[in-house]
Write a protein that binds this ligand. Structure first.
Ligand SMILES: Cc1cc2nc3c(=O)[nH]c(=O)nc-3n(C[C@H](O)[C@H](O)[C@H](O)COP(=O)(O)OP(=O)(O)OC[C@H]3O[C@@H](n4cnc5c(N)ncnc54)[C@H](O)[C@@H]3O)c2cc1C
Ligand SMILES: NC(=O)c1ccc[n+]([C@@H]2O[C@H](COP(=O)([O-])OP(=O)(O)OC[C@H]3O[C@@H](n4cnc5c(N)ncnc54)[C@H](OP(=O)(O)O)[C@@H]3O)[C@@H](O)[C@H]2O)c1
Length: 246
């Protein structure tokens, strides 16, 4: 049985018809940037819970959860309707291995996300540790439409503070966009567009973190493995860490 704390919704920021950031005031235990916890609501007499990544850095409050209202989704549809002052259940203990502590030494860090999978990476780039651990950090946010390139102010703040260490690369797959790479992540690796903008190659001096759509994670792993990078685990160190959202 999960132990729950009560959270109070501070804000439900709606970015697009389906994308929201739920800001919650709640007590939770210390966590590492990149981890997730569980949110739950009682729906038709049943407690429904799902994992959600923490977008805020560990010391930052309120807690911030970036989510998409999935078509027909049981919990996300209810989360989308929450308003300031509503209550929500939150698991106080976060978990997950998509964290800096898990990574072996490398010079370059590539953070590749689709959709709401950017959440854990935003938490990570807000910490000071990442800028000491890596010479270069590239964040790729791949979305269908331009309006889904959210958290621009957060990215701008980082870009201003770490100009020479940080690259942000937007990708938009379903409409033309003059400042984004078109298409999907695996394709942009294969045709070198991604690395040209990043200013560095994804080689064995790199660590690549992948988060979001499970097909993107798999297809990208296939491309990277062909280049000699391998999946990382603590027992068998490699170059690729992943989190699939479904
Ligand atoms: C470790 C982990 C962390 C997660 N963190 C986040 C997060 O920060 N933000 C977030 O939006 N989701 C996140 N998810 C997904 C989230 O837990 C739920 O699965 C999602 O909100 C759908 O729940 P639901 O009850 O509305 O849908 P369900 O009724 O449970 O339907 C699930 C179906 O919705 C689709 N789906 C699930 N999640 C997504 C998604 N994010 N994008 C697109 N399609 C999806 C899949 O087809 C899946 O089979 C995470 C999942 C995992 C495993
Ligand atoms: N985003 C919306 O406007 C919207 C609207 C209604 C419902 N939804 C639903 O919401 C859920 C999440 O949507 P989302 O837009 O956040 O996430 P998504 O469907 O995962 O799309 C995000 C990005 O991932 C890309 N992608 C998909 N499969 C890939 C693969 N195998 N390899 C590499 N990249 C891949 C997409 O490219 P492609 O564009 O080429 O697929 C897109 O650029 C889905 O269930 C969707 O049906 C989304």
């Amino acid at each position: 049985m999960t132990k729950w704390n009560e959270g109070i919704v501070v804000e439900n920021k709606q970015w697009t018809t389906t994308l929201h950031s739920l800001r919650v005031d709640a007590e939770i235990e210390a966590f590492e940037a990149g981890q997730f916890t569980r949110l739950a609501l009682d729906i038709d007499g049943e407690e429904i819970s799902r994992p959600f990544s923490l977008v805020n850095a560990p010391g930052e409050r309120p807690l911030d959860f970036y989510f998409i209202e999935v078509p027909g989704g049981v919990l996300s549809a209810k989360l989308a309707n929450l308003k300031a002052g509503d209550t929500i259940k939150i698991a106080p203990k976060a978990s997950g291995l998509l964290t800096l502590k898990q990574l072996p030494p490398a010079k370059k860090l590539f953070l590749l996300a689709t959709g709401t999978g950017i959440g854990p990476f935003l938490s990570i780039i807000k910490t000071s540790e990442i800028w000491q651990q890596f010479e270069r950090v590239t964040l790729v946010h791949a979305v269908r439409y331009m309006e889904e390139l959210t958290y621009q102010q957060t990215v701008r703040n980082i870009a201003e503070n770490y100009t020479h260490q940080f690259s942000y690369i937007p990708m938009v797959s379903r409409e033309p966009c003059d400042y984004a790479i078109p298409g999907r992540i695996p394709e942009a690796i294969m045709n070198n567009k991604l690395e040209l903008r990043a200013g560095g190659r994804m080689d064995t001096d790199s660590h690549v973190m992948l988060c979001g759509n499970p097909d993107m994670v798999q297809d990208t792993m296939n491309v990277l493995t062909k280049r000699g990078l391998k999946k990382h685990s603590r027992r068998d160190p490699g170059h690729i860490s992943i989190e699939k959202y479904w």
